[in-house]
Ligand binder design. Structure first.
Ligand code: KG4
Ligand code: ZN
Length: 338
């Protein structure tokens, strides 16, 4: 039997992505065009600029993904596209692009929830079985999902304010480090003392798996201002120690909440996705929590942990196998809880 081949299209935030993936988990191509440079001067993603860039780049990303896979549209079995949640202009650009290809070729169209794309990635990369627990930690997302099937997700908790990546980025801004801040904070923290400044561990005193990171950022801001008031400026070591304190607070909160999630919902695997999963200390903390609970720990390769088209193609294949099809009425949804 010839295997299924899907094109996946992703444009819900600031990455324009297209990929070609097969039903037996082979990624034939994965093109990601980042808009980071376009938004760099604005301190965040500007929705209007993002939508425009997606509209300009989607066709090229699709063309490149097909060329790298060495396939024409005729070889495809279907088209999957992120239909939300995300910045509405970008999602609409992706959905319009996918509909255009579907209309022109007669191929089936499958709308995918972006969060489902992240949550199903361990099935693409490692072929894992259900159920498992997914901790999604990026610049825009932070939640625990119990995954029982391609279409069966239970949210066990999540942030009530900022996502952890956003908090890392804000801390970097406070300390005049470059954006995106996570990797720079981690590099500074490597030479810092995590115990010099006592930062809070938000919501650890409350039961459940909800998290909060904005208070942590405010506490770091106060500490920074106190240092500046005392010494007239920040020393290099102050910056390192503050980064180390912040990183260990985030790691501790994520670890403890993961421990609770695994206790509430014992499953054989804890998987992680999102850019924050690149952080070595956080990874190590989660790995230890999984081991204590007798679960396996899995962090897919970073290029598949962050936004990409391959996860959307794969989620489309999983949905297609369940019989899901969308028509030209497929709508772009800015909000779409799983
Ligand atoms: O999944 P992702 O690429 O995209 C979106 O959320 O859109 O995640 C990006 C986030 C940024 O906030 C970045 O600062 C954070 O992931 N990040 C990190 C690290 N690398 C990236 N945070 C902490 N430590 C890192 N090493
Ligand atoms: Zn994402």
């Amino acid at each position: 039997m010839t295997d299924m081949i899907f094109l996946g299209i992703e444009s819900s935030c600031d990455d324009t992505a297209a990929a070609v993936v097969t039903g037996n988990r082979r990624i034939l191509s994965s093109v990601v065009s980042s808009q980071t440079a376009l938004h760099a001067d604005f301190g965040g993603v500007v929705p209007e600029i993002a939508a425009r860039a997606h509209a300009e780049r989607l066709d090229l990303a699709v063309e490149q993904a097909l060329a790298e896979a060495g396939l024409g549209l005729g070889a495809l079995s279907g088209i999957a596209v992120t239909a939300g949640p995300g910045l509405i202009g970008g999602v609409m650009a992706g959905v319009m692009c996918a509909k255009g290809i579907a209309a022109g070729t007669g191929l089936p169209l499958v709308g995918v929830n972006h969060l489902a794309g992240h949550a199903l990635t361990p099935r693409l990369t490692d072929g894992v079985d259900f159920p498992y627990l997914m901790l999604l930690v990026s610049g825009g997302h932070c939640q625990f999902l119990r995954v029982d099937g391609p279409d069966a997700f239970t949210r066990l908790g999540g942030t009530i304010d900022d996502a952890p990546g956003e908090a890392f980025d804000k801390l970097a801004k406070l300390l005049a480090l470059p954006q995106p801040g996570g990797p720079h904070v981690e590099a500074e923290a490597a030479q810092g003392d995590p115990k010099r400044f006592p930062l809070p561990r938000p919501l650890l005193d409350r039961p459940g798996c909800d998290m909060s990171f904005s208070g942590l950022k405010t506490a770091a801001l106060r500490q920074r201002d106190a240092l500046i008031a005392e010494h007239g400026g920040l020393q290099a070591q102050d910056r390192r120690d503050l980064c180390a304190a912040f990183q260990s607070a985030v790691a501790e909160v994520l670890a403890e909440k993961s421990r609770r999630a695994l206790a509430a919902s014992p499953v054989p695997l804890l998987a992680v996705a999102g850019g924050v999963a690149a952080n070595g200390l956080i990874r190590a903390a989660l790995e230890q929590v999984a081991a204590e609970a007798g679960a396996r720990f899995l962090a897919p390769p970073l290029r598949l942990c962050t936004d990409n088209g391959a996860m959307i193609a794969w989620a489309g294949i999983e949905r297609f196998r369940l019989g899901h099809r969308d028509g030209m009425e497929l709508a772009a949804r800015p909000r779409w809880p799983l």
